[in-house]
Design a protein around this ligand. Structure first.
Ligand SMILES: NC(=O)c1ccc[n+]([C@@H]2O[C@H](COP(=O)([O-])OP(=O)(O)OC[C@H]3O[C@@H](n4cnc5c(N)ncnc54)[C@H](OP(=O)(O)O)[C@@H]3O)[C@@H](O)[C@H]2O)c1
Length: 316
């Protein structure tokens, strides 16, 4: 099969197309014919060997796919690597049949970015109607879905984004206000101005000063859900602020839900499929590239200019 193989860590140029053996499904796994492979910011971290789980080379990146099962079902699936390929072995509990009213392109962001947005808002931050919530990178993959899900749940969304075009998109998706996040200094003040006061909840995925500014915009008893460090800057949380304002800070990494016997992903996938099917959750398409052009998709994510979901068409 054709696959994108990394033989070293580095820039987008390490993503090379090769002919490799088909994967052998292990215990509890099935083999999928991949149609679309989702590209995620985590793949950018993995390419530079800076993510949470270290990987061994050679490595085929890609953690979410749309594909077809051996018995002909169209599914969306979560993988732990291996997605940028014509075939991938997936666990039988980590793939979900796609309803007829949801297209492949609509389905591809749902397993990783959709589930992340859903659980960050409803499992971790536990947002409720009428609360003000900050959503960063609001025109990005996770962010564009989180804005819509939070808005649908009756929260007031304060979107963060680095360019006027991205902020315009966040407003179109349902944000009540959109704040420039390109300058970290004074971000807390700009969030408060936009929200008309402190916010009750915030998602955070940039790290460094942005984390501290977001924390400072929280009301007493506010909740901060931390799920990334796109800037590469990991930072400490000031315990004094947490105690004094009675703030809850939670970390979130989606793979920690994969083996949960209560099947939280089954419930969120159903909710996401229903929302796409009834038109209340729209996909923002960043671009679909032929498999061989994985490096171009990574360049788009790196450059911070794109919006929405990037994917690879493994049939081209
Ligand atoms: N913990 C989890 O389980 C989990 C799951 C999924 C995603 N994530 C994290 O969620 C974040 C979004 O992921 P995604 O795949 O949906 O990507 P994305 O939002 O489509 O793209 C990344 C966005 O990050 C923002 N950004 C901020 N600082 C950046 C920097 N220094 N360099 C590049 N981009 C920067 C950019 O938006 P602006 O230009 O508007 O700032 C950019 O569009 C990532 O941090 C990812 O690691 C975590």
């Amino acid at each position: 099969m054709r696959a994108i193989v990394m033989r070293e860590f580095g820039g987008p140029e390490v993503l090379q197309l090769e002919d490799v053996n088909d994967p052998e499904p292990g215990r509890g796994q099935i083999l999928l014919d991949v149609r679309l492979a989702g590209v995620n910011y985590a793949d950018v971290h993995v390419r530079g060997n800076t993510y949470l789980a270290p990987v061994e080379l050679p490595y085929i990146p890609g953690n979410e796919v749309v594909g077809v099962t051996p018995n002909g079902k169209r599914v969306v699936a979560l993988t732990q690597g291996g997605g940028y390929a014509e075939k991938v072995a997936v666990h039988r509990m980590l793939n979900w049949e796609i309803p007829d009213d949801v297209s492949d392109e609509q389905a591809v962001p749902l397993a990783l970015q959709g589930n992340s947005a859903w659980h960050l808002l409803f499992t971790v931050a536990q947002i409720t109607k009428g609360e003000k919530v900050v959503i960063p990178a609001a025109a990005g993959g996770v962010g564009s879905l989180a804005v819509q899900l939070a808005n649908r749940a009756g929260a007031t969304v304060i979107a963060l984004a680095s360019t006027p075009e991205k902020r315009e998109l966040a407003l179109e998706l349902g944000a009540a206000a959109a704040v420039d996040s390109s300058d970290e200094e004074g971000l807390a003040e700009r969030i408060r101005d936009a929200a008309g006061g402190d916010v009750q909840a915030a998602l955070e995925m940039t790290g460094g000063p942005t984390l501290h500014e977001t924390l400072n915009a929280l009301a007493p008893r506010g909740r901060l859900a931390v799920y990334g460090f796109a800037s590469g800057r990991l930072t400490d949380v000031p315990i004094h602020t947490l105690l004094e304002k009675s703030i809850t800070v939670s970390g979130f990494w989606l793979p920690r839900l994969y083996a949960d016997r209560n099947l939280p992903l089954k419930a969120s996938m159903k909710s996401l499929f229903d929302a796409v099917g009834n038109g209340s959750l729209k996909m923002v398409h960043g671009g679909t590239y032929p498999l061989a052009d994985a490096a171009k998709a990574h360049n788009s994510l790196n450059s911070r200019t794109g919006t929405g979901k990037f994917s690879l068409d493994t049939t081209k």
